[in-house]
Write a protein that binds this ligand. Structure first.
Ligand code: IPM
Ligand code: MN
Length: 381
């Protein structure tokens, strides 16, 4: 490619966040910068302070003005959000989910790949894990519509703005025994299911596969998940005739994934099941320390490791930066730097394939610190 260097300048908004977030982001940054240079490209990294310590200091979660500013960058990277000192939900919903929703990042792409010398908890019998969760990322039980009541009467507005539509309504329920209860509304819309089904098919095409597995629970929740299945099947059969669909309930999928992890390819999931299945898949492929992810939409996309903030090992050097580094490779691919992305993925495999015992991350029984792993990967690029 002969594009001018100035064509290949990108700016990345960074929320390194809590716990091990900042440590793993530092290593991702090193790897991305090194790989991008192979194509004459460069990234400007602009940090935003949001996360637990900023919230505890200032009471600010993620102000509108910051969202507007973040939206002007080419891409975004996020380390991890969450801290035991903050009530669960405040930061996760207020930062992570808000970003996914306001930028309409409707795909959560979570690949799982067997990597050299990374131990897997179940035998692969000569097979290899190479699957990808294509998780719907804006709907389902994640919409944040719901409430609790102490007196048996619940009335809460159902109002929200999504990139693609707005909702208006009200949830009104009373229970005859007058006792406390909770209700949370899940929605899957034709708009939401259609676009994620298309993305799953495009993913299958890129992987040269002819099958998409649709993961639901239509036997227990036929309205919500029967709809998901039907809407997805409709798109796939009409627009992607070469692709066949497998329908599987999420419970059965979990069972089969554990017994035969190498037999799956593209897993098309509603938001909640995609969340759960991607952790299982990460565990099977060798651990959270290597599980990369991307929140992708037509506007700003955000790349983040699947793992959380792991406050127990923050600052000890024991964090494994590979998940963040591989998320960086997904970011490179997203902005069109395919060669750099491949070089980075190969560098990770190369490092893992040739590292001596002590040179592995702590997660894989080695003694290499987060920074040493990052340096070793960058050296292989
Ligand atoms: C993830 C996380 C989030 C999710 C939490 C922190 C809200 O588990 O990215 O998978 O459920 O999506
Ligand atoms: Mn999760």
């Amino acid at each position: 490619m002969s594009a001018d260097k100035t064509d290949k300048k990108f700016s990345v908004a960074v929320v390194a966040g809590d716990g091990i977030g900042p440590e793993v982001i530092d290593e991702a940054r090193k790897a991305v910068d090194t790989a991008a240079a192979l194509e004459g490209a460069s990234f400007e990294w602009v940090s935003y302070p949001f996360g637990a310590s900023h919230y505890l200091k200032t009471g600010e979660v993620l102000p509108e003005s910051a969202i507007a500013e973040i939206g002007r960058h080419s891409v975004m990277m996020l380390g991890a959000i969450g801290d035991p000192a903050v009530k669960p939900g405040i930061l996760e919903r207020g930062i992570l989910l808000t970003l996914r929703f306001v930028f309409d990042q409707y795909v959560n792409l979570r690949p799982a790949l067997s990597l050299p010398n990374v131990p897997t908890p179940v035998p692969l019998n000569g097979g290899k894990i190479d699957s990808v969760v294509v998780r719907e990322n804006t709907e389902d039980l994640y919409m944040g519509l719901g409430s609790t009541t102490k007196d048996g009467k619940l009335s809460t507005p159902l109002e929200l703005e999504r990139g693609a539509y707005s909702l208006l309504g009200e949830l009104k329920i009373s229970i005859s025994n007058g006792l406390p209860f909770a209700a949370q509304v899940a929605l899957n819309t034709q708009h939401g299911v259609s676009r994620i089904a298309r993305y799953a098919c495009e993913t299958a095409r890129k992987r040269k596969e002819k099958r998409v597995t649709i993961v639901t629970k239509s036997n227990a929740a036929p309205a919500l998940y029967g709809f998901f299945e039907d809407a997805a099947k409709e798109i796939i059969s009409s627009e992607y005739p070469e692709i066949s669909t497998d329908l599987v309930n999420v419970d059965a999928l979990c069972y089969h994934l554990v017994r035969n992890p190498s037999s799956y390819g593209v897993l098309l999931c509603p938001n909640l099941f995609g969340d759960i299945v991607s952790d299982l898949q990460a565990g099977l492929a060798g651990g959270m320390g290597t599980a990369a992810g991307g929140n992708i939409g037509d506007g700003l996309s955000m790349f983040e490791p699947v793992h959380g903030s792991a406050p127990d090992i923050a600052g000890t050097g024991k964090a494994n930066p590979i998940a963040a580094i591989l998320s960086g490779a997904m970011m490179l691919r997203h902005v069109g730097l395919e060669k750099s992305a491949l070089a980075l993925e190969r560098a990770v495999s190369d490092y893992l394939g040739t590292a001596k015992k002590g040179e592995f991350p702590f997660e894989f029984a080695g003694e290499a610190s987060c920074q040493q792993v990052g340096d070793a990967v960058a050296k292989k690029i």
